[in-house]
Design a protein around this ligand. Structure first.
Ligand code: ZN
Length: 195
């Protein structure tokens, strides 16, 4: 996990959003490999292992593959220029190397990626039953299958993205109260969060 990303982590428990305190055990350059994270509000602690923060409750790995290409993702999410974070949720995270090449200077975070996506210098891996990152902390969220068909995950993506920036979903039309849809076609939609 990229050390600076640890500032964006939050406790998944349903209390007021709180940061987590990191006690790193082992670093590799700017990557935290093992350590402990603790919530100052509820006292819950988490082990960070092999660079991965697992906040608990992640759904079983999806057997579905993404129908998107890295080019689709880059064009539709529409980041102009370097800086900040882009979150890839579910199987779509398997595209991360090409997404990184097309978006230089943007830090990638994979949430519940396929098993073969390992935390490394190029991508930070996070797991959970929700997105354990602070609200309004990333420049874009790509919700892959099957997450883009689940209103709870759409609500979390809308919470996560910075105001006015985009959520890209690989699924049916999202609920109107969560996403202001800019365009949709062929089982893919893109819009801005309404929260
Ligand atoms: Zn907590």
């Amino acid at each position: 996990m990229f050390i600076e990303l640890t500032d964006l982590l939050r406790c998944p428990n349903p209390h007021d959003e709180s940061f987590l305190v990191l006690l790193p055990d082992r670093m590799d350059g700017r990557s935290v490999r093992t350590g402990q994270l603790g919530c100052p509000v509820c006292g819950r602690t988490f082990d960070l292992m092999d660079g991965v923060f697992d906040s608990g409750g992640a759904p079983a790995a999806s057997a579905e593959n993404t129908g998107l290409s890295a080019e689709n993702v880059s064009v539709l999410i529409g980041l102009s220029g370097p800086g900040g974070y882009l979150a890839l949720v579910g199987p779509v995270a398997s595209l991360w190397e090409d997404v990184a090449r097309l978006n230089p200077g943007v830090t990638l975070v994979a949430i519940n990626p396929p098993e073969e996506v390992k935390d490394s210098a190029g991508i930070s891996v996070v797991r959970g039953g929700m997105i354990p990152l602070k609200s309004r902390s990333v420049r874009g969220v790509v919700l892959g299958k099957p997450y883009a068909d689940d209103p709870a995950w759409i609500r979390d993506a809308a919470r996560l993205v910075l105001p006015g920036l985009r959520v890209l979903g690989e699924g049916d039309q999202p609920p109107e109260d969560l996403i202001e849809v800019m365009a949709s076609a062929g089982g893919v939609w893109v819009g801005t969060g309404k929260r």
